[in-house]
Design a protein around this ligand. Sequence first.
Ligand code: 13P
Length: 252
Amino acid sequence: MRRSLVAGNWKMHGSGAKITGLLQALVQALGDEQEGAEVVVCPPAPYLPLCQLLLQGSAIALGAQNVHAQASGAFTGDVSAAMLAEFGVRYVIAGHSERRRYAGDTDAEVAQKCEAAILAGIAPIVCVGESLEERESGQAETVVARQLSAVLEHCDSESLGQLVVAYEPVWAIGTGRTATPEQAQAMHAFIRHVVQERSAWLAESVRILYGGSVTAENAAQLFAQQDIDGGLVGGASLKPEEFISICKSVGR
Ligand code: 13P
């Protein structure tokens, strides 16, 4: 049985004061949650220690937005998986489309980042998803399969047990244009099929999140789909009431 997961990706938003207020509200509403979905927040890296402190003793897990593939070295401005682990980070987003686009993260690098995270005991949330142009030209499945296979082929079977996949169609991110539950379900089923070719056991256990303009209004319908195991939420995760409502609209 897969436990649902809802992760808030705060991207490059917030301040110490705003994050404190947001987390206090989340801890109060969701901090004891053992029954519902697993909840994760992914703040910008400098706020990880603050969030670790505020989340102490709560059921909400801490995630990071990015990690470097190497364990250490001359990589100015980057952060290693072991460093993240020191601050209680349990999840890390890898290959978000914004990083693929603005920071040039390639499929191979994303796969190496996933491996580095797993080695440090951090579960990677690997993001896959097609652009509008790719969808309209019938390339959506090919693109998603390529992005995902890079990770599945790079990591060994045992470590893949920690993997979480997030399907985030680029055209649905921050646009208010959500994939319909049917569109999302179709791609999630395809993703599970791609995983199954690697391992039948993994296909059953891997959690596949949907991301892209998830709101309190559309979350329940999306999460009700058979192969949608939760969400990766951007904008709506910065609004405490809305995020709480999204988390509560998914069952365990
Ligand atoms: P929005 O929910 O703002 O569309 O962002 C989705 C996303 O990119 C989460 O990683």
